[in-house]
Design a protein around this ligand. Sequence first.
Ligand code: GLC
Ligand code: MG
Length: 550
Amino acid sequence: MSTTAQDTWWRGAVVYEVYLRSFADSDGDGVGDLGGLRHRLSYLAELGVDALWITPWYPSPMADGGYDVADYCDIDPRFGTLADADALLAEAHANGLRVITDLVANHTSDQHPWFRAALAAGPGSPERARYFFRDGREGGSAPPNDWISAFGGPAWTRVREPDGSPGQWYLHLFAPEQPDLDWDHPGVREDFDAILRFWFDRGIDGIRVDAAPAMAKVEGLPDAGHGPGAMFESRTWVGNPHWDVDGVHEIFRRWRRIGDSYEGGRLFVTEAVVNGPERLSRYVRPDEMHTSFNFDYLASPWDARSLRTVIDASLAALEPVGAPATWVLSSHDETRHVTRFGRAESAAATMGFDAGVSGADLELGLRRARAAALLTLALPGSAYVYQGEELGLPEVEDLPDDVLQDPTWERSGRTARGRDGCRVPLPWEGDRPPFGFTVAGVDPWLPQPPRWAALTVAAQSADPTSTLSLYRAALHLRRRVPGLRGEDFAWRAMADDVIAFDRGRSFRCVVNLSGEPLDLRGTGRVLLSSQPGGGLLAPDTAVWLDPGAA
Ligand code: GLC
Ligand code: MG
């Protein structure tokens, strides 16, 4: 396979995560779609991001918001058609935006023809060999091993065989509607080669690899040693048999060869919540994926020492493999960081297991979130912006129980509220729901709080001090300041509770995480500040300076 010259646009790209269901609705069904996204592309181009990552758009029963795929080579009718996807791509490219799609390859939907065929064909059939069907223990009545689901509960569900008898169990590291594929099956590998080519041939610029560490399992499926009530805390696991097993890397090398065979190459970014930066760096070795989300950074509490440690460890682990870091504060899987940073316990847990645990001071959270934005966008490498973070949206913690849809809610026995609170549709304009998200009079698929009237895109566009204006200014400066385009990075020693670093000779970022104002008078010209405030940097404030200019 020939390798063409590789483009490196992704090394410093800002990628905007479009959670499609909640971005913008064009057909009045209360669910975001491709038409809505096309209509709002100029907003994203003006915001100043380089690329979009669009969450799964494939036909899906939506048991997990589209991460349960029933057909990998089509678009769900709720979102549009393949022609809409082609049009979106063309228009995004015309607006200077690259497009990354989400590939969910660890599991399919239980409605995928492969799984339906496996159920129908019965034990021992070649159809079942694409998935993990096993006999239960204790005469069949207990799961084959102790593995757990990321959404709570066991990772196994028992089926009824075609003759109606209670039968084998199948593995699902996520919801029961998401059976895991067996990637040791050659047919699975070949089918996904074709799926990658299907999208690359259409002009997709990259792929976000969902649940990458799940894709290989230790042979024989041995117990993991999970105790009763164990949580899916993959950031602490060592030698786990169903997560971050070394066999995953062979799959990614295979995918990389496919991506590299395209003119300019194609980007792969992995979602890999693993134990520390060294394990993470294995996913981005030169012949594997290009980048990986940095969940250690996302999970860090708002604390200078912790953030410095994560930044250092991330850069140190990636340096030997030559991959750029990514910096991520929020996604459709985490409690929004305005809310997290407003809590005493500001660290993040994944899959919505921390949503609503303790009250948040949202004014404090927003102040920190604005400072965190300047920190994140000043670090070397690529950065991700989750839709709505540019509006300073908080988590919606008061969604009524009966609208909750995330599988975490039911699977945790209604103890964890799950991820719906970060997925509430965006407020675009107007003074009451649906705030231009959908046609007036239509209910969005999750209700928006009326108090979001002050946070709409329209309201914030008109206000130079808004969070949206701060993001726009930062994203535009990021393109203009030469130091921010390179990969130069040097810490500046200041007080313990202050994060400070230079990017080249004419750019410095200073974040004050102490409780005291910090005097920066005479240390340079202010390029951008997360709060108005002259030469005194208030607590929980960040500033971008040109130290060479007075
Ligand atoms: C990833 C997705 C998440 C999904 C899970 C299962 O973590 O980001 O939303 O629930 O994979 O596909
Ligand atoms: Mg719609």
